[in-house]
Design a protein around this ligand. Structure first.
Ligand code: PGA
Length: 242
């Protein structure tokens, strides 16, 4: 089994100071466990920075506006990201779709723009509970709509399947459900596909062992450094075990 991709999404948590401490602790822990791969963190915009690390810790933006600069109050663009050498962005997260009201058309525009800039794009899709309850065909249709306008062959795309009902709820999708949904999504893209939704130290081994699961996008359980380090350790052991 090759190394899985683990990514931490801080959402609206951590400050500039605590992010700095977190990255230093993560770097030290990766050094200690001899973690040879890369890991991603998405801090809030106020904590974006260049971090001097010995290990491959990539910092991404949770959101950005598809512009170099301009009049988009409250947003950040390429110029602001460029100051810190940031070349990774999260697009299509369910909280931006459902709480901030981003449409598929806008998400696709953002995706195309950051693709044009050569960014690594973590692109999230996932169905709400009522769609899951309506059955597999309804889920398939919903997810296909979330891929509308998205170049799924883009070489720097990392997909994340995050069922909305599993995000921040403590409810994780079962391995079977992850496997069948991932198989369905993989018909549309051969890019790495992560699972997200209440991933934590207690279930990450089972999730990463699912056929077709290339890693995890972790919210809540990534905010505590010790919990993130445990998950990296589990992932690393899994890699050497198989
Ligand atoms: P969660 O969030 O791990 O808190 O469920 C996942 C995500 O939103 O990426």
């Amino acid at each position: 089994m090759s190394r899985k991709i683990l990514a931490a999404n801080f959402k609206t948590n951590h400050t500039r100071a605590s992010t700095r401490e977190y990255v230093a602790a993560l770097d030290a822990a990766m050094e200690k466990m001899g973690y040879g791969g890369e890991t991603y963190i998405f801090p809030p915009a106020t904590a974006l920075d260049r971090f001097e690390t010995k290990n491959d810790i990539r910092v991404g933006a949770q959101n950005a506006y598809p512009t170099v600069k301009g009049s988009f109050t409250g947003e950040i663009g390429l110029e602001q990201l460029g100051e810190f050498g940031i070349e990774t962005v999260l697009v299509g997260h369910s909280e931006r779709r459902h709480i901030l009201g981003e449409s598929q058309a806008f998400i696709a525009q953002k995706y195309a723009w950051f693709k044009e800039q050569g960014f690594t794009i973590f692109y999230c899709i996932g169905e709400p509970l009522e769609v899951r309850e309506a059955g597999d065909e309804a889920v398939r249709r919903y997810l296909v709509e979330q891929l509308e306008g998205i170049d799924t062959a883009y070489s720097k795309l990392i997909l994340a399947y995050e069922p909305v009902w599993a995000i921040g709820t403590g409810k994780t999708a079962t391995p079977d459900l992850i496997e069948t949904t991932h198989a369905m999504i993989k018909r549309f893209s051969d890019r790495p596909l992560l699972y997200g939704g209440s991933v934590k130290p207690a279930n990450i081994e089972e999730i990463l062992s699912v056929e077709g699961c290339d890693g995890a996008l972790i919210g809540t359980a990534s905010w505590e450094i010790s919990s993130m380090v445990s998950m990296l350790e589990i992932s690393e052991k899994l890699k050497t075990k198989n």
